[in-house]
Each structure stands twice: as C-alpha cells, then as structure tokens.
Design a protein around this ligand. Structure first.
Ligand code: HEC
Ligand code: HEC
Ligand code: HEC
Ligand code: HEC
Ligand code: HEC
Length: 302
C-alpha cells in the first residue's frame, strides 16, 4: 500500500509545528509589548484638557511652587487638583479676556468645577499615597519627570507594577533630602556638586530631623560656626535648632524659647559626593524599610 504521507510531508508537518510554535511565541511577545505599549499605559499622551494649562508657563515662567496648587501633596494620599478659585487669584486680573480662559470664567460664574481629564490613574486595586513618598525623600520629578518643562501635562512613566518595584527594590538610588523634593532639576550629588547633611538632633519618624545643603556649610556660615563653638562650650545643650526650609532647603532657625546666643548649628555635617553614598545615609536616617518589605504584595495590594 502506498504511503499516504511520504517523507517530505513528515518534514512539512514538523516545519508547520515549529512555525505554529513561533507564531504563538510571537503573539505572546506582541501581546506583552501591547500591554506595555503607551497605547495601554497612556504614557506620553496629552489628553485634550478643557483648558490648555501650561505647567511650563506657571512653574518655570512664573516660578510658582507645586504646593501652591497641589496643596495636599505632603499631607494626603492625593496631591489634589486646584479649585477654580486658585486660578481666579490671578486670572481675575491677568488675561481676563483670553478665549483660553473662558472655561475658568464660566466655572467661576456658575460654581461648577472645571472637568480636568485625569492623566495619571492607577487601578483601584493598587494602594498609593503621596505623603509617604514625599516625606521620605522621593521628588516629584522622580515619578512625574520635568513637569516644569511641560507645556501640556503627560504621564512620563508607565506606572506599571514593574516600574514601582524597580524603585522599591532599590530606593537608595532615588532618595534625596526632603528639602529638594520640589527641585525639578535635582541630579544627586557628585564630586563637583557635593551635598552636606547633618542630623538636627530633633527625633522624629519623618525626614524633618535632617538638614541638608548644597552650599559648603563650613564656608557659607562661618559666623554660625563661631556661634556654635561658643554655644556648645557655654551650655550643655547639643540639640540643634535648625530646620530645613520647605522651599529653599536652606537652614532656617526655628523660633523657640532658646536665647539667640544658644542657636545651634548641627554639630557635624557629613559630605556626600555620590548618589549611592547619600542614598544609604538617607535610608538609615529616614528609616526606609528593606527592599523585601517594600516589594511584598501587601505593600501595594491591601
Ligand atoms: C498654577 C497651578 C499649578 C501649579 C503651580 C502646578 N500645577 Fe500641576 N496641575 C495643575 C492643574 C490645573 C492640573 C490639571 C490639568 C493638567 O493635567 O494639566 C495639574 C496637573 C498635574 C499633574 C497631573 C494630574 C493628573 O491628572 O494625573 C501632575 C503630575 C502635576 N500637576 C504635577 C505638578 C508639579 C510637580 C508641580 C510643580 C513643579 C505642579 N504640578 C505645579 C495646576 C498646577
Ligand atoms: C500666580 C498667578 C497665576 C495663577 C495662580 C494662575 N495663572 Fe494662568 N497665567 C498667569 C500669567 C501671568 C499668565 C501669562 C503667562 C505668559 O504669557 O507667559 C498666565 C497664562 C495662562 C494661560 C494662557 C496660556 C499660557 O499658559 O500662557 C492659561 C490657559 C492659564 N494661565 C490658565 C490658568 C489656570 C487654569 C489656572 C488655575 C489652575 C491658572 N492659570 C493659575 C498667572 C497665573
Ligand atoms: C513615587 C512616585 C510619585 C511621586 C514622588 C509623586 N507622585 Fe504624583 N502621582 C503618582 C501616581 C502613581 C499618581 C496617580 C495616583 C492614582 O491614580 O491614584 C500621581 C498623581 C498625581 C496627581 C494627580 C492627582 C492625584 O493626587 O491623584 C498630581 C497633581 C500629582 N501626582 C502631583 C505630584 C507632586 C506635586 C509631587 C511632588 C511633591 C508628586 N506628585 C510626587 C506618583 C508620584
Ligand atoms: C522612585 C522611587 C519610588 C517609586 C517609583 C515608587 N515608590 Fe512607593 N515608596 C518609595 C519609598 C522610598 C517608600 C517609603 C518606604 C518606607 O518609608 O519604608 C515607598 C512607600 C510606598 C508605600 C508604603 C506606604 C505606607 O504607608 O506604608 C506604598 C503603598 C507605595 N510606596 C506604593 C507605590 C506604588 C503603587 C508605586 C507605583 C505606582 C510606587 N510606590 C512607586 C519609593 C518609590
Ligand atoms: C510597589 C507596589 C506594588 C507591589 C509591591 C506589588 N504590586 Fe502588583 N501591581 C502594582 C501596580 C501599580 C499594578 C497596576 C499595573 C497596571 O496598571 O498596569 C499592579 C498590578 C497587579 C496585578 C494585576 C495584573 C497586572 O499585571 O496588571 C496583579 C495580579 C498583581 N499586581 C499582583 C501582585 C503580587 C502577587 C505582588 C507580590 C509578589 C505584587 N503585585 C506586588 C503595584 C505593586
């Protein structure tokens, strides 16, 4: 009986099996790519907002701080979108007739809030909060990119689990002094641009107990160092009263019942010339949990 299938068809069958396998793999890769594609993650897209609000103009141009509009970012899970009143503070006088601003005027007149389209939106089963990140030394730009250079807002990163975990597995690479949180251009310390930090001696669970500066503290404040000398020799008090200023990062004396002559500068500044050195130091100072704890499922899925 003649063979129904000759040898060559056997080879054909094998080839088609291999081909099917390849197609399945290719499909898998394509789906995986699709799942990570900007089309799915919305990365980089600029949705049509009711008003073409420019962060570049308002932040870089006018020098407004993020907290001027996103008032809750240090205190709550949500950073918050400013109410129309915030815009009216200025736009009652500036650009009052611009067509662009018609929705602002209408919202102000009717009391109906402006319908901004969300750019960042995590699924509901993910727990996220701003305050812990901001208070533990993660800057806005680490997650949102150079907002000060965005004429229109877009999502810089994927916000996928992998992206979160990438930092949670190695937070030290991204930690900065909390005084630099709003600094869009922060690049970490280098040998050209060192950072000095000192504990203020004020115990606390958050990062307020640290004072960091990018100006050599030994050069910039000789008179303070003098005062420190006389004060530390004069009294037994060693707790420093210097708090980093929220906006400038510069040391700011707290008003307290301590007499002026007893104003103390942190005893010893430590100098850092690399991000990993600083990151390790801040990990300890800010009591950052271990990478294992930070990557456990319960951290983000509760
Ligand atoms: C003058 C007010 C104002 C200032 C100052 C401001 N923002 Fe905004 N921000 C807005 C408004 C209004 C929106 C909503 C419209 C939009 O998405 O562009 C917004 C949206 C955002 C969003 C996206 C929100 C979403 O829908 O996901 C981020 C992120 C953001 N701002 C970060 C910042 C950062 C970082 C700074 C400081 C560098 C800053 N903003 C300063 C008014 C402001
Ligand atoms: C501190 C004052 C101030 C606040 C607060 C403010 N603006 Fe403005 N805005 C300005 C000034 C000044 C200009 C003109 C900027 C320019 O032409 O460089 C401007 C320009 C604009 C423009 C014209 C396009 C552009 O970006 O140049 C729009 C639209 C606008 N603002 C929307 C808003 C909205 C919406 C809010 C509230 C979330 C807001 N502004 C809050 C001062 C302010
Ligand atoms: C660790 C990363 C991270 C940091 C740091 C961070 N953000 Fe966000 N931000 C996010 C994520 C993720 C969302 C989306 C949250 C959601 O969908 O629930 C978001 C959303 C926002 C929104 C939209 C409103 C809201 O709260 O959902 C604004 C405005 C915003 N961020 C501003 C800021 C500002 C200003 C800073 C710096 C002070 C900052 N963010 C720091 C990750 C971050
Ligand atoms: C650039 C670094 C970085 C990125 C990106 C980042 N995180 Fe974090 N996250 C941290 C640090 C640092 C802490 C604070 C750890 C500590 O205090 O032990 C933290 C803490 C947390 C906590 C603990 C909050 C609490 O109250 O216990 C949650 C939840 C969290 N992050 C969720 C997320 C999610 C979800 C994303 C992604 C959308 C994300 N993080 C992205 C650095 C990051
Ligand atoms: C640092 C925060 C974080 C941690 C830790 C984390 N996840 Fe997620 N997870 C996310 C975010 C953010 C998303 C949403 C991803 C998206 O929208 O694409 C997500 C999505 C998921 C999804 C939905 C499917 C998907 O990929 O979108 C599953 C399932 C999941 N996580 C399981 C886990 C498990 C299991 C663990 C522990 C091994 C874990 N996650 C730890 C942040 C986290």
């Amino acid at each position: 009986m003649a063979q129904v299938f000759d040898r060559s068809s056997n080879a054909l069958a094998r080839a088609s099996l291999v081909l099917t396998g390849l197609i399945v793999v290719a499909l898998g890769i394509a789906l995986n790519q699709l799942q990570r594609s900007p089309w799915v993650t919305k990365q980089g897209q600029r949705p049509d907002q009711p008003i073409p609000f420019s962060h570049k103009h308002h932040v870089e141009g006018l020098g407004l701080q993020c907290q001027y509009c996103h008032t809750q970012v240090e205190k709550a899970a949500y950073a918050g979108i400013p109410p129309t009143k915030t815009c009216i503070n200025c736009h009652a006088q500036i650009w009052t007739n611009a067509d662009y601003l018609e929705p602002v005027r209408e919202s102000w007149a009717t009391g109906a809030s402006i319908q901004w389209i969300r750019v960042h939106d995590l699924p509901d089963f993910v727990y996220f909060n701003h305050d812990i990140h901001v208070n533990k030394g993660i800057g806005c730009a680490s997650c949102h990119g150079r907002v000060d250079e965005m004429p229109l807002m877009y999502q810089q990163n994927t916000l996928q689990m992998e992206w979160c975990l990438n930092c949670h597995r190695n937070p030290a690479a991204n930690l900065r002094p909390t005084s630099e949180i709003y600094n869009m251009a922060w690049a970490g310390p280098s040998s050209d641009k060192p950072v000095w930090c000192a504990s203020t001696g004020v115990a606390g669970p958050t990062a307020g107990s640290l004072s960091c500066t990018t100006d050599d503290p030994n050069k910039s404040a000789p008179e303070l160092a003098m005062m420190q000398k006389s004060a530390s020799s004069g009294s037994g008090q060693s707790g420093a009263q210097l708090q980093p200023h929220a906006l400038t990062g510069e040391g700011q004396a707290m008003t307290s019942d301590v007499a002026p002559m007893h104003l103390l500068v942190p005893a010893s500044y430590q100098k850092f010339t690399s991000q990993m050195e600083l990151g390790k130091y801040l990990t300890a100072q800010y009591h950052i949990r271990t990478p294992n704890e930070l990557s456990s499922c319960e951290t983000c899925h509760r």
